[in-house]
Each structure stands twice: as structure tokens, then as C-alpha cells.
Write a protein that binds this ligand. Structure first.
Ligand code: NAP
Length: 242
């Protein structure tokens, strides 16, 4: 079973199906416009690690691959515990962190969203906020009076201040697109989280080129054996045979 909601999760499902494996992908059902992977898909919460342990038993799952987003900390904790409880092989597939990029030393690394909001408020706007929709509300007390360009796939549930501009777009965004937006809005600070990978990285190069300060939210720590590519996950599955 693959815990998904990511491009890697969809790609892994496709590759495993092509190799003749039985695959169930699980999605939380929170993103209204979620892209579904090929093969069997189940949607919705399990009910904590106990619920997931029961599901692993009911469906006689052999291997559990956690391909959720690097910031899906609750699901990752539950998945590791449930796999151990059910005696099922566990692997974490997560994209490479951006911490290894050469310019990462110039970013302001913060441990969470409140710290990011405080830092952005201190640095001053306009602020380009690309942290997904779930944590937007944490920025409101600090940035209500600041010009903020908030880019999300699905709109946040909270009401946004008048000075904020909401951009609802899944991308992909090229470096030229990102530079265009940074220049058009005269952005001073980019606030983002260390999602890693290449898909959403052009904003980082664009910010560097435009002299925009980056405030980067660090990843939560994850336990268990970890790989950073679909290819390595396939090799792991292959090694579990017998
Ligand atoms: P989270 O905070 O770690 O998860 C909260 C709860 O949601 C989990 O305890 C679990 O509920 C349920 N859940 C999460 N992922 C699930 C899955 N794949 N299948 C079934 N239940 C799931 O996770 P999140 O950050 O809200 O992420 C939710 C989903 O969105 C994940 O599939 C993730 O890959 C995707 N996503 C997240 C982000 C992000 O920035 N966090 C970005 C892009 C996509 P129970 O404990 O009740 O089972």
C-alpha cells in the first residue's frame, strides 16, 4: 500500500502496477482537486495508527510505503507505528530536501509557521507566501496589514485580509513565470517550506536572481528507512521478496 497525495506516490503506483504488483493507494481526501493515481484508490482517514494497523491486517498488506508530502508529520508517525505493530515492511519515500542547495545557507531557516510569520513581518512586505493552504491562518495575526501574495492549489478556509492577493494555481511555474510575479509584485520576502524536489524549485532560483530574501520552514523529522527517489523505492520493494 502507498500512502500518497504526491507526484512520487502516483509515479510509484504506476511503476509497481506495470511490474505486476497489487497496489492500493491511500489519499487523505483533503485536497478537493487531488490527482488520483492509477489502480485501486481508497480515500479518507484511517482513525490514527490503530485504525491503520487494523486496515493493514484486513487487506493483508505486505509492504507499506509512505510517499506522503514531507510535511505530513502526523500520517508519517502513524504509518511507522502501524507498520511496526502489524509486522509490515515500512519505507518512507520523500523528496530530496532543498537544504543541500548551495544558496540554502543564505536563507533564513525557521522551525515552524509562527516563526516564519514573525520573520516575514520583521523583514517587511510584499511577502510571497507559498506554504500550502492548511497553515495560512497562522500568518494572519502577523501579516494582516502587509501586502501578501498567497499562492495555493485550493483556497484556504480562513478569510484573507484586504491587502492580500490570492492566486489559485497548481502550476507548474517556470523560473521566468516566477521572476515575472516577483517583479510585478515587487516582492521583498518569499516564505516557503522545505518541500524539496524539482517541481516547485524554480521560485527559489527566481528569488535568488531577484534578490528576494527567503524564509524557509524546516522539515519535521521522520523515522524509518528512507529513500528519496521512486527508483530506490522500487529497488527496496524488489529486495523485500521472499
Ligand atoms: P498529516 O497532517 O500528517 O495527516 C493528518 C491526518 O490525515 C493523518 O493522521 C491521517 O488521519 C490523515 N491522512 C494524512 N494523509 C493520509 C493519506 N495519504 N491517507 C489517509 N489518511 C491520511 O497530513 P497532511 O499534511 O494533512 O497531508 C494530507 C495529505 O495531503 C497527504 O496525502 C499528503 O501527501 C498530501 N499533501 C500534503 C501537503 C502538505 O504540505 N502537508 C502537500 C501536498 C500534499 P488518521 O490519523 O485519522 O488516519
Amino acid at each position: 500500500m502507498i500512502l500518497g497525495g504526491t507526484r512520487d506516490g502516483r509515479e510509484l503506483a504506476r511503476e509497481l502496477l506495470d511490474l505486476g504488483h497489487e497496489v492500493i493507494s491511500s489519499l487523505a481526501g483533503r485536497t478537493k482537486t487531488a490527482l488520483h493515481p492509477p489502480g485501486e484508490v481508497r480515500v479518507g482517514h484511517f482513525g490514527g495508527s490503530t485504525g491503520l494497523t487494523a486496515y493493514l491486517g484486513q487487506r493483508q498488506i505486505d509492504l507499506l510505503i509512505n510517499a506522503t508530502h514531507p510535511f505530513a508529520a502526523g500520517m508519517s508517525e502513524n504509518a511507522l507505528a502501524a507498520a511496526s505493530q502489524a509486522g509490515v515492511g515500512y519505507l518512507r519515500l520523500t523528496r530530496d530536501s532543498w537544504a543541500s542547495r548551495p544558496e540554502a545557507a543564505n536563507w533564513l531557516w525557521v522551525p515552524g509557521h509562527v516563526a516564519a510569520a514573525k520573520a516575514a513581518s520583521k523583514l517587511g512586505g510584499p511577502v510571497f507566501l507559498t506554504i500550502g493552504r492548511q497553515n495560512v491562518a497562522q500568518y494572519l495575526p502577523y501579516l494582516a496589514e502587509t501586502r501578501v501574495i498567497c499562492r495555493v492549489v485550493d483556497p484556504p478556509e480562513c478569510e484573507l485580509p484586504e491587502r492580500w492577493r490570492l492566486i489559485q494555481d497548481r502550476g507548474p511555474f517556470s523560473e521566468a513565470d516566477e521572476r515575472g510575479l516577483l517583479a510585478e509584485e515587487r516582492v521583498n520576502v518569499l516564505v516557503t517550506k522545505d518541500s524539496g524536489g524539482v517541481d516547485t524549485a524554480p521560485k527559489l532560483s527566481a528569488a535568488k536572481a531577484c534578490g528576494v530574501q527567503i524564509v524557509m520552514v524546516s522539515r519535521p523529522t521522520a523515522g524509518g528507512e528512507t529513500v528519496t527517489s521512486v527508483q530506490d523505492a522500487l529497488s527496496w520493494v524488489d529486495a523485500q521478496k521472499g
